[in-house]
Ligand binder design. Structure first.
Ligand code: PLP
Length: 343
């Protein structure tokens, strides 16, 4: 199966498994797992932050960030298609008692004017606006990348009102790779940064939340409260450390394969790229082929290509995600399979 369903489908390589099998471990709850400590130090350095914690998922990293930057009754501002809004089970409400003020925006991008317009007046009728959450790359928009100046402009608007900034950088390394801007420079506009280790970076489990020395103590507390404190977690942290040390440079190959896929798909009658990919996520609209996304995905699967259909009624979009277990050759095969399936 050529599995383009998601970059979460990556499996640990033999070398990564070797690093995991031979990892030194201890009880991470007490700060005694040397491999977890190495990973956190390495990740904090990569992201230009004073400290980092290792957590089981990027969802938990995002929710710890929201927890430490808000109080119950506060409101956060995010894009209407943000992962924290759509795909984290309503966690901001459930765990932090926070409401969401959502904004539309092409390619997942928000403007400083939108931020200024969304901040509530200081009046007991309104929730207190406290936090802006951005996503880079933006998953649902199609792996779109924020330009550095767009981030800095939003940050400036947010800081005018004393708002905190969180980055859902689950795919931050894809954004850094695509723009050539170091991850630490992108991260410098934010109080807290999530980095997912189990997407295109290829680790089996885990994510990083990086922040200041001031916030890290509270972050550790909420990691415990949310059930994220582990024991000999060095086994999985070793996979994450291996990923950061070996799998960042090769992300450009995923972007090249996504471009090949996009180029091939765009030449198939009835297929429209939406948007044209900037990183490793390829969305296309297939409504003009006369197939529903469910039918199309089933046809592709029977021919050995796994993709994900659209999200709910009215969509005829398919999503393909390239990653480290997909070669250039498999990408070309996937294009051929699509050509036959959509004919
Ligand atoms: C996958 C993803 C997450 C959540 O990651 P998990 O590790 O699966 O919890 C958060 N944000 C974005 C943008 C994602 O793509």
């Amino acid at each position: 199966m050529i599995d383009l369903f998601s970059d979460t489908m990556t499996k640990p390589s033999p070398a990564m498994r070797q690093a995991m099998a031979s990892a030194e471990v201890g009880d991470e709850t007490f700060g005694e797992d040397p491999t977890v400590n190495d990973l956190c130090e390495f990740a904090a350095g990569l992201l230009g932050k004073e400290a980092a914690i290792f957590v089981p998922s990027a969802t938990m990293a995002n929710q710890i960030a929201i927890k430490i930057l808000t109080q119950p009754g506060d409101e956060l501002i995010c894009h209407e298609n943000a992962h924290i809004r759509l795909y984290e089970g309503g966690a901001p409400a459930a765990l932090s008692g926070v409401s969401l003020w959502t904004l539309p925006g092409e390619r997942g991008i928000l403007t400083p004017a939108q931020i200024r317009g969304a901040v509530r007046p200081d009046d007991p009728h309104y929730p207190r606006t406290r936090l802006v959450c951005l996503e880079n790359t933006h998953n649902k928009a199609g792996g779109c990348v924020w330009k550095l100046e767009e981030i800095v402009a939003v940050e400036q608007a947010a800081r005018e009102f004393g708002l905190a900034m969180h980055l859902d950088g689950s795919r931050l390394m894809n954004a850094a790779t695509a723009t050539g801007v170091p991850a630490s420079r992108i991260a410098s506009s934010f109080d807290t940064v999530t980095l997912c280790l189990s997407k295109g970076l290829g680790a089996p489990v885990g994510a990083i939340l990086a922040t200041s020395a001031e916030h890290i103590k509270t972050a550790r507390r909420w990691k415990k409260v949310f059930g994220g404190m582990m024991r000999q977690a060095g086994i999985i942290a070793a996979g994450g450390l291996y990923a950061l040390q070996n799998n960042i440079d090769r992300l450009s190959e995923d972007h090249e394969n996504a471009a090949i896929l996009a180029e091939g798909l765009s030449q198939i009658p009835g297929v429209r790229l939406d948007p044209y990919p900037e990183t490793n996520i390829v969305y296309c609209d297939i409504s003009a082929t006369g197939l529903s996304d469910t039918e199309a995905a089933a046809r592709l699967k029977s021919e050995g290509v796994r993709t994900s259909g659209g999200y709910g009624a009215g969509y005829s979009r398919l999503r393909f995600v390239t990653h480290l277990d997909i070669s250039c050759e498999q990408t070309l095969t996937a294009v051929e399979v699509c050509r036959r399936a959509f004919a």
